[in-house]
Ligand binder design. Structure first.
Ligand code: 13P
Length: 257
């Protein structure tokens, strides 16, 4: 079956650039993508760069996203930032539960669930919820269970307003930053598991209309071609290759045809 969903390509700049470098990259992105009319292109800079990047990409089709979010709206939560604050800074998207936060900040799926719920309640941002197995889980053949379980924990009991969208990012942890993406067929298989789980959780209509599923892990202009025509792959979440405007543009152009 042909995939007719609008494709999305998301840049995750992680904690890799200074404010100055981030703004320079954002300006390059603006000039590359001006006139790029199809699909959705999002850049996710670090928090302190959000407002400046918002200004730098203004007038281009590139949209702004945060890399994380807290589940409360306001209050005594030192160091945290809410969905409303991200929206005020110009964000339209936010990454929730990236594996690096799961590893270094000990985020778990109970927290990811609370974050997702608050993002949807505030109704100003589209969440990009990350799932994915680690090497040990893969080696012991537990990937399918892990993905289903993560989705159940993150999304169980969530209800949607009619037009709300959630992006599910499948990022096999062992492929991130490794330089080697997984085989497209394997990504597609994992996305099928995601689709079936979403069907179980929400019914086929919501699963089809309110979700897009993207792959992340060592995508570059060299391997993107294998991911562009898959039935259950609606986009990409790109780390390293998004730090160069020309390279990221090549990836986006290949994916969003
Ligand atoms: P790389 O593309 O550098 O592997 O990073 C993927 C990622 O973690 C995006 O969120």
């Amino acid at each position: 079956m042909e995939n007719k969903k609008e494709k999305i390509v998301i840049a995750n700049w992680k904690m890799k650039l200074s404010l100055k470098e981030t703004v320079e990259l954002a300006k390059k992105m603006k000039s590359k993508f001006t006139g790029f009319k199809k699909g959705t292109v999002v850049v996710c800079p670090n928090f302190v760069s959000l407002a400046e990047v918002g200004k730098a990409i203004k007038g281009s089709p590139v949209k702004l996203g945060g890399q994380s979010v807290f589940w409360e709206e306001l209050g005594a939560y030192t160091g945290e930032i809410s969905a409303n604050m991200l929206a005020e800074a110009g964000c339209e998207y936010v990454i929730v539960g990236h594996s690096e936060r799961r590893e270094y900040m000990l985020e778990n799926y109970e927290m990811i669930h609370k974050k997702l719920k608050s993002v949807l309640n505030m109704d100003k941002l589209t969440p990009i919820v990350c799932i994915g197995e680690n090497m040990n889980e893969r080696k012991t053949d537990r990937r399918d269970f892990v993905l289903t379980h993560q989705l159940q924990q993150a999304l169980g009991g969530i209800s949607f307003l009619k037009n709300q969208e959630v992006i599910i990012a499948y990022e096999p942890i062992w492929a991130i930053g490794s330089g080697v993406a997984i085989e497209p067929a394997e990504a597609e298989y994992a996305h099928k598991i995601v689709k079936l789980t979403l069907n179980d959780l929400f019914g086929p209509q919501v699963a089809a209309n309110n979700f897009r599923i993207v792959y992340g892990g060592s995508i570059s202009s060299k391997n993107v071609k294998g991911f562009t025509d898959l039935e259950n792959t609606d986009g990409l979440l790109v780390g390293g290759a998004s730090l160069d405007a020309e390279e990221f543009y090549k990836v986006a152009k290949a994916m969003i045809k």
